[in-house]
Design a binder for this molecule. Sequence first.
Ligand code: ACO
Length: 378
Amino acid sequence: MSKGLSTPQAAAHAAEGLEGVVAAHTVLSDVDGQAGRLTIRGYAVEDLAHRAGFEDVAHLLLDGFFDAMPSDLAPALGAARVRAFAEVAALDEGLAKRDPVEAVRALIARLPDGDGLDTALLLIAAPAVFTPAVLRVAGGQSPVAPDPALSHAADMLAMTRGVPATDGEARALDAYLVTVCDHGLNASTFAARVVASTRAGLTSAVLAGISALKGPLHGGAPGPVIEMLDAIGTPDNAEAWLLNALARGDRLMGFGHRIYRVRDPRADALKAAIRQLAQNASLASNAVPGRLAFAEAVEQAALRILRERKPDRALETNVEFYTALLLEALGLPPASFTCVFAMGRTAGWIAHAREQLATGKLVRPQSVYVGPRTKAAA
Ligand code: ACO
């Protein structure tokens, strides 16, 4: 955009945070921030979350980007989980005690780079296998091997707990993975595409994606959502707590989005999945409906306050608010939430990496130098 312009003119065109800049054409997903719609390869995300499993949607994303794709991805992904488990031998207690996303990233970094379907499936399998292993080893337990016959979601829960999950729990995690599998050119997907454009390989692209995802302004937000809910404690305390947080200059986690000016459609898809989970009679306690009602009260207070305090910016609930509640209801610890996000999003990163690679073009934007002009050395 700034090609050939002198510095002051180019500076006028520089978009901080690349806001509003179009950096790719994609067939993968479309985020309509005005209408609050997310379309993944032609399907509304709510429909996919309701009707499709993660393996189906991963297939949908990868389709056309690899030769010889199997018609059913489930057996190949199950086999890839078994392959990924071999890397768990490298997990020692010191690594397991790190922030889980750092430990999972370190294990992913051990996987060889490549561009083929085998590498892609190994990378999609990796967070599902490494996250449970990290949690268990950090807690002094042995890792549990995958069962390739289970669904990706059911196997991840079984590897985490050491006992099988119920169908309702597996279905809830499945709905979550589908809901977060792709989302236009978000920060982590862009990072993955930049690395893919250098032809470094899919493992490198996924490592870039997970590194961008871990930040609290992106996929690191749901853990802090739980901290916020716990600090608020009761609905009566919500207003005062939220006002104090804003007065300190804090951001309310789980609210606001670069693209959405209305409610993030994924928030409702996840809320529906939590409701479904709460109706499941096999749940050990009825804590979930109570927690959901409390969170809804906090959400209403936050939206009211954000409208009052930030009238110039449409700040609505984003995906991370209900991500936090869903993953908490599944008994997953908040420290692992970003890893579980990566479990779903890796499929999107890989599809985008392959799409970027197919353009053959290196991503290399320009910057505007605003520092001092050349000085004579002293
Ligand atoms: N709480 C309070 N104020 C907010 C929030 C928030 N959650 N989000 C944005 N704002 C305010 C900013 O302070 C700023 O106000 P100002 O103009 O008075 O300074 C204004 O809104 C614009 O903020 P920007 O950072 O320029 O907007 P941007 O589009 O870059 O922000 C972001 C998007 C980073 C997600 C932001 O809304 C945020 O920090 N939210 C909280 C963290 C969060 O929930 N992250 C998860 C996002 S979803 C995902 O990535 C999967």
